[in-house]
Write a protein that binds this ligand. Structure first.
Ligand SMILES: [Zn+2]
Length: 149
């Protein structure tokens, strides 16, 4: 933590307080100029990288997930807030897995489970488009797999 007055990296911690949000506030004093200032630290939850079918990795993109959810929910009685909520829940669940990498399939599975509770049409649409299901048999198989989980 650099001093905001003189950019000295050495500071002395005078006081440390933890708050309910998981943050830590520290009262510091610069070892060079003697000025006092506060710093605030919040934990950053990392979203794991997604491992795709071809074994390449890509970053989780909330906007991409949202776009897919919106297409699946088009013209259904589902509010924009409900869709945003699903994307937020999925991102939080990925973060809570605590892994550096997860299979990208997990994102689709989570989306499908959440859509299923919300709207059956949106759920089937998502399964068809985003899992790349092209024929009735594989769609049926997918639905059965999901129902059995
Ligand atoms: Zn200083």
């Amino acid at each position: 933590m650099k001093c905001p007055y003189c950019e000295e990296p050495r500071t002395r911690v005078l006081e440390t307080n933890h708050d309910k949000r998981g943050g830590t506030r520290r009262r510091r004093q610069c070892r060079n100029c003697g000025e006092r200032f506060s710093s605030y630290e919040l934990p950053v939850l990392a979203t794991p990288l997604l491992i795709k079918k071809d074994n390449t990795r890509e970053e989780f993109r909330r906007d991409k997930l949202l776009a897919g959810l919106r297409v699946a929910c088009a013209k259904r009685p589902i509010s924009a807030a409900a869709i945003e909520n699903i994307a937020g829940e999925i991102e939080a669940e990925l973060q809570q897995m605590g892994s550096a990498e997860v299979k990208s399939r997990i994102v689709g599975d989570l989306a499908i489970k959440k859509l299923k509770e919300l709207d059956e049409v949106a759920y089937i649409r998502y399964a068809i488009v985003y899992l790349g299901l092209q024929d009735l048999d594989s769609i049926q198989e997918e639905i059965e797999r999901l129902l059995n989980e």
